[in-house]
Design a protein around this ligand. Structure first.
Ligand code: CP
Length: 360
């Protein structure tokens, strides 16, 4: 059984096979219309969503399967104090596959530890959003014709933007990627993402000016400032208008650049940009459903390609450290054992759930 918790749970070859399958689905959707007959998907959304939940549901229905689930924590027994582990033990006895979103970083790691069926991480706090990444990869591949040798600019909230963290991890595996990370100092990528970039040796710059960066970008990935993740509302108000992409800034970009955004947007892309042929964020939504159809088929073993997966031997964990990420599931559910694995850097440990680094 395979899960998709982080983008690197799929090998590069498996990722590319998945994108190929999504393209086959786009070319001939009828050929897949009955593939999931008799199968059920649960969508467990402890946090709001429009695209991810509905695209998963639409994907399963278009494959001939059925869906059930909930769209908020308040309508589930989480509101009575039920843990993620118990919820998953129960739901995985009803369905064949689960897509879940949770406000706490690392909650899907707990789910995968307790599930009898494949778990898909549909977004965990400010951590990862691997199916948005599959959507982004398919969009880039279809519109740019390749995934290697691209300069990609990430702009906005790179600290809390889970789609950014996941896409950076995924793009590190394509040759010749150059990253331009555009944000205010307060919203730079977390250390664990920067450390991954440094470790892979990929070229990256951290800059503040979108205007200065525009001319070099093949892909501009705009993001919303994630109001719901700020502990201090005053800081959100100070930073919320940091970047607004408008027609004047688009004029500084390459003619064949594409603009992506995971959506929802607030005001960081002016609506005047929607008519620019380089604005690809609504096409991106369309690709999202098709790549989720491909993922469901692969995880259910209804299309060949996913083997047992690599299970690297894990080093001895430490349980005597405490995660200092306030959104980590291990703090929200204190019965979970604190668990850290050593990194290659002496004295630096990585939380099993949320990846935050603990430096001794
Ligand atoms: N891109 C994305 O995750 O959108 P939703 O929050 O609407 O699911």
């Amino acid at each position: 059984m395979r899960h998709l918790i982080s983008p690197l749970d799929l090998s590069l070859d498996e990722t590319n096979q998945l994108l190929d399958l999504a393209s086959r689905i786009i070319d001939d959707p009828e050929a897949f219309a009955h593939k999931c007959e008799g199968k059920q998907l649960a969508t467990l959304f402890f946090e709001p969503s429009t695209r991810t939940r509905l695209s998963f549901e639409s994907a399963m229905l278009s494959l001939g399967g059925k869906v059930l689930g909930f769209s908020s924590a308040s309508s589930s027994s989480a509101s009575k104090g039920e843990t993620v582990a118990d919820t998953i033990r129960v739901v995985s006895s009803y369905v064949d596959i689960i897509a879940m979103r949770h406000p706490n970083d690392g909650a899907p790691v707990v789910a995968a530890d307790h599930s009898a069926v494949p778990i898909i991480n549909a977004g965990d706090g400010g951590h990862h959003h691997p199916t948005q990444t599959l959507t982004d990869l398919l969009t880039i591949r279809r519109l740019k014709g390749k995934l290697d040798h691209l300069t990609i600019g990430f702009c906005g909230d790179l600290k809390y933007g889970r789609t950014v963290h996941s896409l950076i991890k995924a793009m590190c595996r394509y040759e010749g990627t150059r990253f331009v990370l555009i944000s205010p100092d307060e919203l730079k990528v977390p250390d664990y993402v920067r450390d991954d970039l440094t470790a892979t040796g990929y070229a990256f710059q951290e800059v503040k000016s979108l205007e200065d960066a525009m001319g070099q970008l093949d892909v501009l990935y705009m993001t919303r400032i994630q109001k719901e993740r700020f502990a201090d509302e005053a800081e959100y108000l100070r930073l919320k208008d940091s970047y607004i992409l408008d027609g004047a800034k688009m004029a500084l970009g390459k003619k064949d650049m594409i603009v992506l955004h995971p959506l929802p947007r607030v005001n960081e892309i002016a609506t005047e940009v929607d008519d620019d042929p380089r604005a690809a964020y609504f096409q991106q939504v369309w690709f999202g459903k098709r790549v989720r159809m491909a993922l469901i088929l692969k995880l259910l073993g209804l299309e060949s390609g996913f083997g047992p997966g690599e299970k690297p031997a894990l080093p001895q964990p430490r349980h005597d450290l405490k995660c200092d990420n306030p959104r980590c599931i291990s703090l929200a559910e204190p019965t979970l054992p604190q668990t850290f694995f050593p990194t290659e850097e002496p004295g630096v440990f990585r939380c099993k759930y949320c990846d935050h680094l603990h430096k001794l």
